[in-house]
Design a protein around this ligand. Structure first.
Ligand code: UD1
Length: 354
């Protein structure tokens, strides 16, 4: 029971994709009158990475904002653990819900389990099987300390089973989020054909050589078709000098709102990305996708033929994009559920955490 005498569920978020996942889940909580509060670790803090999404998704300001911004993994996570623990002791929530695979997910799950507070993991059971990715470590730890595992796909349930964990198949809350938007409301300022790009993963941006190879590919593609690149601050901070290249036709812009991004994904001739969420959104919106990574946690999108994994080699990237650009994506089989994942999560919590 918290100081107001209420048994709440605490949602812990911190990074852009988590605000998007949070929106349909808190809506379902409101629909079922489940009391909750939201804690924002501060991991993402630029206007375009945080407030823009709270505002455009109609999310109320978080009840707690820890203001923990960029740092090394250990320091960022340690500060989050401390800050979250203070809030947990004050609020004594009956459950903590963590989302996805960021350092905020890891810290939220660990802080709660050490206090004996139940943890629910939204987007449980997802694996790339690449332990060099910080996200993979975060997912594994979060899953192994959580009490309830809300799985986006059948594949995720099967993966958890191999690790001795029983998952609950709810479907993907990102699909719910996407369905909450009316197609006719999805607008963006671009006309004509273009290729859309997002690149921010540590594996592509911590390594100068890799990023330069990707940039070379984008420059070549931009000689044939406009290339629009909303740049994550990680990428901009590291490669401002490269992105300022006056010899390129690549349209480098600031991150856009969730709705603008969905509209731009829907209308792109081809998506180029290294984001997990964008691979799914491209699949769901019928856009062919080229993913610059060795592995993916969303193999269903690759098996469908709509997504292709490529190495960071300019020729390979250009060839894949030129081939995929002409592809029509017809998804007869949607592995991401029926658009009611959030409702199923809320109902489960209502039934099992009275
Ligand atoms: C994080 C997640 C990643 C997710 C991504 C979504 C982890 C380990 N990674 O990566 O899984 O796909 O969010 O965007 O949690 N920065 C800013 N302003 C911001 C946010 C970040 O300038 O608002 C810069 C900082 O220079 C920082 C760098 O981005 O050093 C990395 O930020 P961080 O939040 O640690 O990880 P992301 O790369 O955003």
């Amino acid at each position: 029971m918290n100081p107001e005498g209420i048994n709440i569920i605490l949602h812990i978020v911190g990074a852009r994709p988590q605000f998007i996942k949070l929106a349909p889940v808190v809506q379902a909580f409101q629909d079922l009158s489940i009391p909750y509060k939201v804690l924002h670790t501060g991991q993402h803090y630029d206007y375009t990475m945080s407030d823009l999404h709270f505002d455009s998704l109609g999310l109320k300001a978080p009840d707690y904002h820890l203001g923990i911004t960029s740092d090394s993994h250990a320091r960022q996570t340690a500060l989050m653990l401390q800050g979250i623990e203070d809030v947990l002791i004050k609020e004594t929530p009956k459950m903590v819900l963590v989302y996805g695979d960021t350092n905020s997910t890891l810290a939220g799950a660990l802080a709660a389990v050490k206090l004996g507070i139940k943890v629910g993991h939204v987007e449980a059971g997802v694996r790339s099987y690449d332990r060099k990715m910080p996200e993979e470590i975060n997912r594994i730890v979060a899953d192994h300390v959580s009490n309830h595992h809300f799985c986006p796909t059948r594949n995720a349930v099967n993966i958890l089973k191999t690790e001795g964990i029983e998952g609950i198949l709810t479907g993907d809350v990102m699909y719910d989020a996407l369905l909450r938007v009316r197609q006719e409301d999805l607008k963006h300022p671009y006309t004509g054909d273009y290729v859309l790009v997002t690149i921010h993963r540590a594996e592509n941006t911590d390594n100068q050589e890799k990023f330069l190879a990707i940039w070379e590919a984008l420059k070549r593609i931009s000689r044939r078709i406009p290339v629009i690149f909303p740049v994550h601050p990680r990428t901009r901070n590291k490669f401002a000098h490269v992105l300022a290249d006056t010899g390129s036709h690549v349209d480098v812009i600031d991150p856009v709102s969730y709705f603008t991004m969905l509209a731009m994904i829907r209308d792109t001739r081809c998506m180029i990305t290294d984001s997990g969420g964008v691979q799914k959104e491209a699949f769901l919106l019928g856009a062919p996708c080229v993913t610059i990574r060795d592995t993916t946690e969303w193999p269903e999108t690759v098996h469908s033929g709509a997504n292709r994994l490529v190495a960071t080699d300019p020729d390979t990237i250009v060839n894949a994009v030129l081939t995929m650009m002409d592809m029509k994506v017809i998804n007869t089989n949607n592995p991401f559920g029926d658009g009611h994942a959030s409702r199923k999560i809320a109902e489960f919590i209502k039934d099992h955490c009275p």
